[in-house]
Design a protein around this ligand. Structure first.
Ligand SMILES: [Mg+2]
Length: 282
């Protein structure tokens, strides 16, 4: 194995371990808060690990660094995964996670940029995040900066009309530094996306609008890293990475169980999560 291949596989192993720890923090945080959206957080864990611990240029010591890459969690209800990543990166102490959803906490139930260091955009009102990301990219071009704008959107959220205005506008402005992940876990709050409002093949729709499209396994760190690298090299088109994921990924009793769209694990489920993610940690 070449030196490069060895170091690449070390990176993948490291990010896989980080994703497991992030998942555990998600479950533990929601268990203690007695409220939250674990399913949507867990499906995005590998993408968030790859972004916050490898791909994005950010500085926890200086959250408002002007040259930083920007990130928007358009499916804002899944924010615990981002809070866990910010805590692990040192934006605030890990035990602040236990204040999640408390009055006056810096960690509200949906991302709030005026409260949380490292949150670039308030979100949670579904359908808005992509348009804001396009606006950030237009601003970047206007200012002559070189950072990237990353967004994660939900597959259920792609039913929102405003998302498609943003899709069209991104092409008009040649939003080459905009990289969007669709967390395609197949579910939304009220059921299967195909039952609630079947959008058909999202990839071909983005393709028709003129986006640079990739489709990956959203839990395969190597595929995630490669797709980001390819997207960063795109010179004139916005990039979408359709990531096939599993809602609740990582814990047997959470996977494809939509009671955990918004739901708190029981003590037994919390223990199952701890065992499956962290082994016999005591
Ligand atoms: Mg979904």
């Amino acid at each position: 194995m070449s030196h490069w291949a060895k170091s690449a596989s070390k990176t993948v192993l490291k990010l896989e371990q980080i994703a497991r720890e992030l998942r555990w923090l998600v479950v533990d945080t929601i268990y203690h808060a007695k409220d939250g959206h674990p399913g949507a957080a867990l499906s995005a864990a590998d993408i968030v690990a790859a972004l916050y611990f490898h791909a994005m240029h950010i500085d926890p010591e200086n959250p408002e660094w002007d040259e930083r890459d920007r990130f928007i969690l358009s499916k804002g209800h899944g924010c615990v995964i981002v809070y866990a990543a910010l805590a692990m990166r040192g934006y605030f102490p890990l035990d602040v996670l236990y204040s999640f959803r408390s009055i006056d906490s810096i960690l509200q139930g949906h991302p709030f940029m005026l409260k949380t260091p490292g949150i670039d955009m308030t979100s949670g009102s579904l359908g808005n995040g992509l348009g804001i990301a396009v606006g950030m990219e237009i601003a970047r071009q206007y200012l002559g900066k070189s950072h990237f704008i990353y967004a994660i959107v939900g597959d259920g959220e792609m039913q929102e009309g405003a998302m498609w205005e943003a899709v069209r506008t991104a092409v008009k402005y040649k939003a080459a530094h905009l990289i969007v992940f669709v967390d395609q876990n197949g579910w939304q709050a009220s059921g299967l996306c195909d039952d609630v409002g079947n959008m058909g093949d999202l990839q071909s729709k983005f393709d028709d609008y003129g986006w640079h499209c990739q489709r990956i396994n959203g839990h395969d760190i190597k595929q995630i890293l490669t797709s980001i690298q390819i997207a960063c090299n795109e010179q004139s088109r916005p990039s979408v990475i359709i990531a096939d994921t599993v809602k609740g990924r990582g814990i047997s009793c959470f996977e494809n169980n939509n009671k955990f769209h918004k739901g708190v694990p029981s003590l037994e489920e919390w223990e199952t999560a701890r065992h499956e993610l962290m082994g016999d940690m005591r």
